[in-house]
Design a protein around this ligand. Structure first.
Ligand SMILES: Cc1ncc(COP(=O)(O)O)c(C=O)c1O
Length: 312
């Protein structure tokens, strides 16, 4: 995108709130001023979530190129796909979502919202996703459209700048905080935070969305001008038995957060990230007196499609 002039499109509501979590903090042995939540579940567009910040940059690029359609890919319950469908609606362009596997029997959660926002769904079956995306782009071009392919998870070195913006907000809202804990999927959210805050303050929790979370975040950072280097902190143990599975630590994190603070997390991303935060407190890696921010990146529609979430 080096030769093209473009600016991000405003799609969300900024700044998102920062709130204390005193009851959860007390339940896990932290002080009343130690635990905070950055509400990027409340970014506004399309039921909110972290993808809005990244899509502001990607949609800015798409608009500058004269795109008439957005294409992206993901799982049936992809939050990124849902927010891309909403962004396309806001831009007044078409949206095609290439989704893994075949159509589930019930249309629920994100899948339901994709259809409501007018997206066309293409189920990839057993075919490689790249092949289906490229065929879908060709078909749209044959129909006279100008498609723009939004990368997997909405992560690119340009779109990760949305999380440098978030880092700037956070420094303004809670000066002197020590740690921010975040789920890592396609990596752009963590890469932007590390670019804005340095690697020491950011703890990523791998969700298993990509084969090597550390290499993915490092690769994004390497392509972001001026991004700091240094060892990344990424917790790998919460992948458990795989991306779409819900392990006991995640289940416990969902319940504890809902029952102490009235905040709902999702089972794939934010539940895992909170499990990571609770694990860090349990092990003493995060102690009382450490001002810790949990980044809530959204995902509630995905929770509503998982009736297996309760351990009761
Ligand atoms: C709710 C939620 N949180 C976190 C993430 C991870 O963000 P990233 O893909 O930038 O690593 C995703 C990605 O899909 C998500 O949907």
């Amino acid at each position: 995108m080096a030769d093209m002039s473009w600016a991000p499109l405003r799609l969300g509501s900024w700044p998102t709130p920062v709130e204390p979590m005193p009851r959860l903090g007390a339940a896990i042995g932290l002080g009343p001023d130690d635990l905070w939540i950055k509400r990027d579940d409340l970014t506004g567009l399309g039921a909110g979530g972290n993808k809005v910040r990244k899509l502001e940059y990607l949609c800015g690029q798409a608009a500058a190129l004269g795109a008439t359609a957005l294409i992206t890919s993901g799982a049936a319950q992809s939050n990124h796909a849902r927010i891309t469908a909403a962004a396309a609606a806001r831009m007044g362009v078409k949206c095609t979502l290439v989704l893994w596997g075949s159509a589930p029997s019930a249309m629920e959660g994100n899948h339901l919202l994709d259809v409501l926002a007018g997206a066309e769904l293409v189920w990839a079956g057993d075919e490689p996703m790249d092949a289906v995306i490229s065929r879908t782009s060709d078909q749209l071009r044959e129909q006279g459209e100008a498609p723009f392919v939004v990368p997997y998870g909405g992560s690119s070195p340009d779109s990760a700048r949305g999380y440098i913006d978030c880092a700037t907000e956070l420094l303004d809202q809670l000066p002197g905080f020590d740690r921010v804990v975040v789920a890592v999927g396609s990596g752009g959210t963590m890469a932007g935070l590390v670019a804005g805050l340095g690697p020491e303050r950011v703890v990523g929790v791998d969700t298993g969305a990509v084969a090597d979370a550390g290499a993915t975040v490092t690769g994004l950072l390497a392509a972001m001008p001026g991004a700091p280097s240094g060892e990344l902190r990424i917790l790998g143990e919460y992948v458990g038995e795989g991306y779409s599975t819900i392990g006991p630590a995640t289940r416990a994190a969902l319940e504890t957060t809902a029952r102490t603070e009235g905040i709902f997390l999702d089972p794939i991303y934010t539940g895992r990230a909170m499990a990571g935060l609770l694990g860090q407190v349990e092990s003493g890696a995060i102690a009382a007196g450490t001002k810790t921010v949990f980044l809530h990146t959204g995902g509630l529609p995905g929770l509503l499609a998982r009736t297996d979430v309760l351990s009761l």
